[in-house]
Design a protein around this ligand. Structure first.
Ligand SMILES: *Cc1c(COP(=O)(O)O)cnc(C)c1O
Length: 386
């Protein structure tokens, strides 16, 4: 076949490919109470469908663009600018988009900032601090400035419950305990650089970045798909590290290269950037926070007014607005609740295996309608099983 003919055939084949407009979008979605990966804003998902095919009129989908090309340059620059804009992050901080999940930060932080003989203070509030503590012990001493083990992690510490060590290198806390459903009502005060695992409540309310040396968050709860971790790190703290670590685990090297030391998770960064735009469109963190308060109140009020049928896991002053943990009178009813909820188009309500019971995760993008629907279902379930 002549080359010209072959070329024509190829061009004709290409031109017959069109975006499948009818798939997916026409199928019904249900209320997803999953703790993570979790519900994303519908506007973001729809935009992503288009941009997967062809982003910004480039003729190339977002996943197929070079991480050093102009299109991705813009995606990354806008994601960082919007991230800074949302939380008023000053130039004293670097914003990084890395891989390895929040769990890699558990290792990377002590690897960079803790050496043998030094001590890190932990506010131990559950499974996620437990994992971070285990990693820190590989590098230095750990002091539990608060230990919630005996109270089964049903609350976060008040100021009087925190016993700092004399000269900790830094203090690590988790702002929202995804599994137990507790959340710090405000930033704990400490006398050392403060590091926050904000994986499950980042950008769910106004955040005082300047009180922190590092804030990190795996994306898959409040920011986007899994595969990317947002790190907000104060530059002078970052520079204080003299540890010898492999380049790929070195914050300074990542910051020097603007999150492009190697191929970054381009698709996840793109989606996180779309979610940042969505957050700004909602009116920013103040508006998001009041929406989250309203959503959580619908479910907590239903628990409180159930005449004891439902019992909340967390103490009232520590209750999370993101993950609502509770139980029915027994395990059998918990199972029945989960099964019947699923029949009613509500999924992901099973509590974490270490706590049992029920958990409703209602991150930023989870719609208020879903909270109203769950509350009505809870009332009906209590009436027919109480
Ligand atoms: C989900 C979660 C993690 C773990 O995140 P990975 O990305 O799976 O490593 C850590 N901390 C908190 C608070 C979480 O909610």
């Amino acid at each position: 076949m002549a080359i010209a003919q072959l070329h024509n055939n190829i061009m004709t084949t290409k031109s017959t490919i069109t975006i499948p407009t009818k798939t997916g979008l026409d199928l019904k979605r249900i209320f997803n109470f999953s703790a993570g990966p979790a519900t994303l804003p519908e506007e973001v998902i729809k935009q992503t469908q288009q941009d997967l095919w062809n982003i910004a009129g480039s003729g190339i989908g977002i996943c197929e663009h070079s991480h050093r090309g102009k299109v991705f340059d813009k995606v990354l620059a806008e994601a960082e600018a919007d991230c800074r804009n949302i939380a008023n992050i000053s130039d004293d901080y670097s914003v990084l988009f890395l891989q390895g999940g929040a769990s890699m930060q558990f290792a990377m932080i002590p690897m960079n900032f803790l050496s043998s003989g030094q001590t890190v203070d932990f506010l131990h509030t559950g499974e996620w601090t437990k994992k971070a503590i285990a990693e820190a012990k590989l590098f230095g001493n750990v002091n539990l400035a608060f230990d919630g083990t005996d109270s089964k992690f049903d609350h976060v510490p008040s100021a009087s419950e925190i016993n700092p060590s004399d000269n900790p290198t830094y203090t690590h806390y988790c702002s929202n305990n995804t599994i137990y459903g507790t959340q710090f009502p405000e930033v704990p005060s400490t006398n050392s650089p403060l590091i926050c695992d904000a994986s499950s409540d980042i950008y769910s309310r106004p955040i005082n970045v300047s009180k922190h040396a590092i804030i990190f968050a795996g994306a898959q709860k409040n920011l986007g798909p899994s595969g990317c971790t947002l790190i907000i790190i104060r530059n002078d703290f970052m520079q204080s590290s003299s540890a010898k670590v492999p380049s790929i685990l070195d914050y300074k090297k990542h910051a020097d290269k603007g999150s492009r030391l190697n191929t970054p998770p381009t698709f996840a960064i793109y989606m996180i950037g779309q979610v940042f735009k969505w957050v700004l469109n909602q009116g920013g963190l103040t508006a998001i926070a009041s929406n989250n308060q309203e959503k959580a109140a619908i479910i907590y009020d239903t628990i409180e007014s159930s005449g004891g049928f439902y019992e909340a896991v967390a103490q009232p002053e520590s209750r999370s607005l993101m993950n609502i943990t509770y139980r029915t009178p027994n395990d059998e009813l918990d199972k029945k609740f989960i099964a019947e909820a699923l029949d009613n188009d509500m999924s992901g309500l099973k509590g974490h295996r270490s706590v049992g019971g029920l958990r409703a995760s209602i991150y930023n993008a989870f719609p208020i309608n879903g909270c109203v629907t769950l509350a009505q279902f809870m009332k009906d379930f209590a009436a027919s099983n109480g």
